[in-house]
Unconditional design. Structure first.
Length: 118
């Protein structure tokens, strides 16, 4: 597991927006000339995808931006944070850049992550 941690000055858990956690498909289907398709597992372990948000102050938004760009290399590196479902530490990686929306002096940050299983 990586030693890069989610910043302690930010909310510790991603708020899931509705039902925005799903397991990444791990099945390969092969069509046969006759009969039903064959199905098998692609890998022994797959990622779980999370979509959610956090509400930040301006100073927290700046902390996130600096951490994302400098510590995570624009979101390419893995980091440890609490799993939004189990609240246990787990390894995550951004799947795309986060989005910022202004909310009356605060910021709603929309984040898409993949939980990396060992």
């Amino acid at each position: 597991m990586t030693n890069i941690m989610w910043p302690a000055t930010l909310p510790p858990v991603l708020r899931l927006d509705g039902q925005k956690a799903r397991k990444k498909s791990n099945v390969i289907r092969t069509e046969m000339d006759a009969g039903p398709a064959k199905a098998r597992r692609r890998y022994t372990v797959t990622e779980k995808l999370f979509e959610g948000s956090i509400i930040l102050t301006e100073s927290q938004r700046e902390i996130l931006e600096n951490w994302y760009q400098n510590t995570l290399g624009d979101g390419t590196l893995r980091f440890v944070m609490k799993d939004p479902q189990t609240l246990e530490p787990a390894e995550f990686r951004f799947t795309e850049d986060y989005e910022e929306d202004s909310l009356d002096g605060l910021w709603q940050i929309s984040i898409k992550l993949e939980k990396l299983n060992a």
